[in-house]
Design a protein around this ligand. Structure first.
Ligand SMILES: [Zn+2]
Length: 242
């Protein structure tokens, strides 16, 4: 089939030419392709991972109400590779593919609250600020980039980091909570504002809880949180009884 061969050759030549400017491997598995290959895209289709963060009012009557989290996929294998490539290696070409599951989680989280806040436009998306140094070095904010793809418009930051970002990787849940406390602050008052927190990955939930604290401190209300992915092993302890 000479025609097919010619097309393939032309395609390869085009890919070779573009390789100088753009990555030509799948960010999920490394096969030669653009962004995410079709097989890796299918892994973005998993069942939603729901959780709940915050103390129950029975245990701690004075603490703010817990809130639900919705993540689109488990943070493992392909999804983990693709997200790390997007966040750490400048693979912004993956944003379009990752914005699909992110949008799915955000839609569900917004839908859960339509009875309370009738118009989805009444709920403000609040990106959780990323680690300062690495975010500045990359020159873009991965969470806000996903949010922009989902909403079709610029999503301004509502929170900022105050004080140095501290590494969380080696800490337990309690230590993470203590460590994160006081690291975020609202950029302006949020009185009367209903907020959906958005993040890339939910791990222990410590950063989301700190973001919720900062929103409430500024007078806002947290209706929930949506993320692209969640670590499946650490998260089930936060799930509400079903
Ligand atoms: Zn792939």
């Amino acid at each position: 089939m000479p025609d097919r061969t010619l097309v393939d050759l032309a395609r390869m030549a085009a890919l070779d030419a573009l390789a100088v400017l753009l990555p030509v491997t799948c960010a999920g598995c490394g096969v030669p392709d653009r962004a995410l290959c079709p097989e890796c895209r299918t892994t973005l289709d998993g069942p939603l991972i729901r959780g709940r963060l915050g103390a129950s009012s029975n245990e701690h009557p004075s603490s703010p109400p817990p809130f639900d989290t919705v993540a689109a996929v488990a943070y493992e294998s392909t999804v983990r590779n693709a997200l790390l490539a997007f966040k750490e290696q400048g693979r912004t070409d993956v944003a379009r593919a990752l914005a699909v599951p992110f949008g799915r989680a955000a839609e569900v989280a917004l839908d859960d609250h339509r009875d309370r806040v009738p118009s989805a436009s009444g709920i403000v998306l609040c990106p959780v600020p990323q680690g300062t140094a690495s975010a500045r070095a990359r020159g873009y904010d991965p969470v806000r980039m996903l949010a922009r793809r989902f909403t079709g418009h610029h999503v301004p930051p509502l929170l900022r980091r105050v004080g140095p970002a501290r590494t969380q990787k080696l800490l337990g849940v309690e230590e993470r909570l203590r460590n994160a406390r006081g690291t975020l602050q609202a950029r302006h008052p949020l009185h009367g504002v209903d907020v959906l927190l958005i993040d890339d990955v939910v791990t222990s939930g410590a950063t989301l809880l700190e973001a919720a604290r900062a929103v409430r401190e500024a007078g806002g209300a947290v209706i929930g949180a949506a993320a692209l992915a969640a670590t499946p092993l650490r998260h089930p302890e936060n799930r509400p009884p079903s």
